[in-house]
Design a protein around this ligand. Sequence first.
Ligand code: ASP
Length: 331
Amino acid sequence: MDLPKLAIAALGGTVSMQARNAGEGVIPTVSGETLLASVPQLTTLARVTVETLGLLPSASLDFELLLNVLSWAEFQIKQGAVGVVLIQGTDTLEETAVFFDYLWPHDAPLVLTGAMRSAAQPGAEGPANLLDACRVALSENSRRRGVQVVMNGEIHQARRVRKTDSLALQAFTSPVVGPTGLIMEDRVHYLRAPAQRTVLPLPHQKTQKIAMLEASLSADTLFLESTLTLGYDGLVIAGFGAGHVSQSWATVIEHVAESIPVIIATRTGSGSTAQASYGFHGSEMDLIRKGASMAGFLCPRKARVLLWLLLGCQRQHELSRYLKDESCIQN
Ligand code: ASP
């Protein structure tokens, strides 16, 4: 029987990390080829091509590199792969997933995975996650679902998934909605139908800078006031509660929003920003009046990715349309 073609790329992360010498911290050294050798079962499921596109801690990935990875992944689909799996660090997985999701135009699945335990650690779950991710990428039911994250036996939608624990095995959750699916007894089970997706054109501009600031109690406005003079092209605020800031921040935000797009998200880690509930100075209604946009269910970090991409393809005027999609959760 002709097995389906599957493409895998490794970018680094804990999954590929081990210590050079006893007592030293782990660093990315394990290639994609070696990771693949840890899942021999895969040879009965697919014809696999694997490449090591990077050996980086995921904190050091950047948009430029992700665009190269994206074009590699697109090439694999054009060459007949039924799906693509990317292995990377988990620290920025929630951001890379949404970055790819906004740009992935294919029905074929793009699946991201990693591990919380390094390669040589007892109970390292990298091989299990990789095998699960491959099963998801090979499943016919994964088509038209865009980019998904597979970790710890769960499948998460790129737009909703977050790293919500620093070290636990169960580090990834999708607040409010939960996982889209599960891998049980080697089978992929979806809990919901695919959601409607919006895909953006590739950014032709890549030098735009987006600042991200978190509101905190009794915070000064020094950095906020410098946003424009420092040359930022966009600003994302991780606001209090349903998307609120202090009176002093609201005044500065009004000034900043006259020149560049400003998005207010919630710093709470779960739930949506409000639209029409609070009227105080610094509330969501006040900030909307002052020219800011509310992020809906999009977390601050994902909102920053969206704004960078929109500015990159000169679609910033459509920001409210894209954020409107984020104000209601489908499925
Ligand atoms: N701790 C991270 C990980 O889980 C390191 C990284 O993101 O590269 O992979």
